[in-house]
Design a protein around this ligand. Structure first.
Ligand code: ZN
Length: 487
């Protein structure tokens, strides 16, 4: 486990190193907001950086009786149309590269404006992953990394804003930790134990677990079929948050793909293609993290998170290609690829959200398709929505949160032929892989929404941005939270 506790807000605790990140202009000795946080000791060391001679400066500065390592790092400013309110990716990289591995550290973000606080603050959390089984890491002494923020123009976050940011960061780190855990540690049963542990001090969240044979009897054929061959049973975890004082009438529901391991099932993946499939539950981890932070931060509306948990294993009970599954929606699906399992569990989730929970907004989030990377790359999730306003709101939430997203084509009438089946309502995998596969996968999920349901739906495919260089990023937590702000 990591040795780092991450905190946000002012502290007078002595540190061995200070890492300050910002644009050249915001790092200048004339930025009084910043130097109020830093003290004047290091003021003269930053000059070469402000004068554009270098991008990173590290020097030791005497502070009382001790020497403190001060690092100033220039944040690349290049931003065009779809890279957010700040380059959150570069904040993540710089913090990871410049923060010493040992000792208490203060990180200071010298921002241009207060709109950048969420994105930059969340990016710092991504730079301190919790899961680490290296024996060398176990020997490191526990330490605190504390984050303080200068929001430009006299904007320093309030104590409440810092508290909320700390909760968001904790959730991002939790989501990333669960996603990084191998299936030998995080199976469906231990995942549920983690969920219960995470909510035990949050009385506003209640959990209902529908698992194993109960899924079958209650009609969750998608989740049950995917998970039935595994040693640990599949489960639908229903997390319900009820605010102490309700101020928002919307009833949003998050639906997360929680495949704790994806072998591909009998449509078995290749050896190399299977590595990393422990992370196929990143969408559900984002939902868990988001509902936790929403509750701790006092979100004013009801909120539900559905974690669709299953291990897509092989064995004598495994579902086969050609099998026909009846989904919770009542629709039948002829399996032509057991590796297209995420959409089966999500289909049950969105059906439950629209029919039983009568959600006003459904946001399903999943590491769903390799095709997402072809569409929108490694840093932007793909979003698919039938509602243009909602699509714009989710795009804006991505820009603000640093979990960037970009829309893909919405055209079910053109694409549904990809799922045509001779025997059932549909198949689960496309006929032509060169025909907007990422959109098709989302349309499959959409086809299980309750007919006539009048709410708004968006599908978020995070196959690429859920990881960076094999490590989980906790992608989606900040996005989902900001979506709540925008609906
Ligand atoms: Zn799969």
């Amino acid at each position: 486990m990591s040795n780092t506790t991450l905190t946000y807000g002012p502290t007078s605790k002595a540190v061995s190193a200070v890492v300050t990140i910002g644009e050249r202009a915001t790092l200048a000795p004339t930025n009084s907001d910043l130097w109020k946080l830093l003290g004047d000791d290091a003021k003269n060391t930053v000059e070469p950086l402000v004068e554009s001679k270098t991008d990173v400066i590290t020097s030791f500065v005497k502070s009382g009786d001790t020497r403190v390592q001060h690092t100033f790092a220039h944040l690349g400013k290049e931003r065009t149309r779809h890279t957010g309110v700040i380059r959150s990716d570069l904040v993540h990289d710089l913090v990871a590269a410049q923060t010493p591995k040992e000792g208490d550290v203060k990180i200071v973000l010298a921002l241009e404006n207060k709109e950048q606080v969420l994105s930059a603050g969340a990016a710092v959390a991504r730079a301190f992953p919790l899961y680490n089984k290296k024996s060398s890491a176990q020997k490191l002494k526990p330490r605190i990394v504390n984050v303080e923020i200068s929001g430009g123009g006299g904007n320093i976050p309030t104590a409440e804003q810092y508290r909320q940011l700390g909760n968001i960061a904790d959730s991002i780190r939790l989501a990333a930790r669960l996603t990084d855990m191998p299936c030998s540690e995080l199976n469906t049963t231990t995942y549920i134990a983690e969920v219960k542990e995470a909510i035990k001090d949050v009385p506003t969240i209640k959990a209902e677990i529908i698992s194993g044979e109960e899924l079958k009897t209650r009609g969750f054929g998608g989740i049950y079929g995917v998970g039935k061959a595994a040693e640990e049973p599949p489960a639908l975890v229903v997390l319900t948050y009820t605010p102490e004082k309700k101020t928002i009438e919307n009833k949003p529901v998050f639906v997360g793909k929680g495949i704790v391991y994806d072998t591909g099932g009998l449509s078995l993946k290749s050896g190399a293609g299977m590595c990393g499939m422990k992370g196929d539950m990143g969408g559900s981890a984002a939902c868990l993290g988001a509902i936790l932070a929403a509750a701790k931060n006092g979100y004013g509306g009801s909120l539900t998170a559905l974690l669709c948990l299953a291990e897509n294993a092989i064995g004598h009970k495994a579902q086969r290609p050609d099998d026909i599954v009846t989904m919770y929606s009542g629709k039948t699906v002829e399996l032509n690829n057991t590796d297209a399992e995420g959409r089966l569990v999500l289909g049950d989730g969105v059906a439950y959200a629209s029919r039983d929970l009568k959600a006003t907004h459904i946001i399903d989030i999943a590491t769903l398709t390799g095709a997402q990377l072809m569409n929108t790359g490694k840093k932007h999730a793909a979003i698919l929505s039938r509602d243009e306003d909602f699509e714009r709101a989710v795009y804006a939430a991505g820009q603000a949160s640093g979990d960037w997203v970009y829309p893909i084509i919405y055209a079910p009438e053109v694409l549904k032929k990809e799922f045509e089946s001779k025997f059932a309502d549909m198949r689960n995998s496309v006929g032509d892989r060169a025909n907007a596969q990422c959109s098709c996968a989302g349309h499959f999920v959409e086809s299980h929404l309750e007919e006539g349901w009048g709410g708004k739906w968006v599908h978020v495919d995070i196959a690429g941005p859920a990881h960076k260089e094999q490590k989980a990023t906790g992608f989606g937590v900040a996005l989902l939270l900001d979506v709540l702000e925008k609906i």
